[in-house]
Design a protein around this ligand. Sequence first.
Ligand SMILES: [Fe+2]
Ligand SMILES: [Fe+2]
Length: 165
Amino acid sequence: MKKFDSYTDDLLRRPEIQRLARRRDHHFRQNRLEHSLATARVAFWMARFLRADARICARAALLHDWFFEDRAEHHNRFGANVRHSIIAAANAEGLGEVGAVVEAIRTHMWIYVRGKPRTREAWIVWMADNITWLTDGFKSFGKYLRRKARLFIYGQSWREVTHAS
Ligand SMILES: [Fe+2]
Ligand SMILES: [Fe+2]
């Protein structure tokens, strides 16, 4: 088993983590599990490059957006859910994750909320999330454009005509 997989496999097998795939509105049109896994991969490689603890980084990044609450009172004026880092940190703690993982999750929304990352691993998770956030944005925009182009060319009835889902 590859190193990354050995660090994350037990988490990915959990139904409560797999449930993240049902949220498809993360960063506009991204699936939240896909975002979390991409963040974990980026954090893992950054940790290896920067000689940080790759296991801590991969696990914290995979769990950093483990939340389902999306209430309006959790949103700041930019539309970012500012409570979710606390919720995800509590969820990870409940699972028995070590303090370094919980701490990196708790500080990943720094700038929007108080509490700078304080460890190398927490900074890596913060950076990996921001890199992935940007690529999610491009991907979502691409999806949006493809859908618009399809509707423009085929019109609203293209689904019925092609029986596409
Ligand atoms: Fe987040
Ligand atoms: Fe994130």
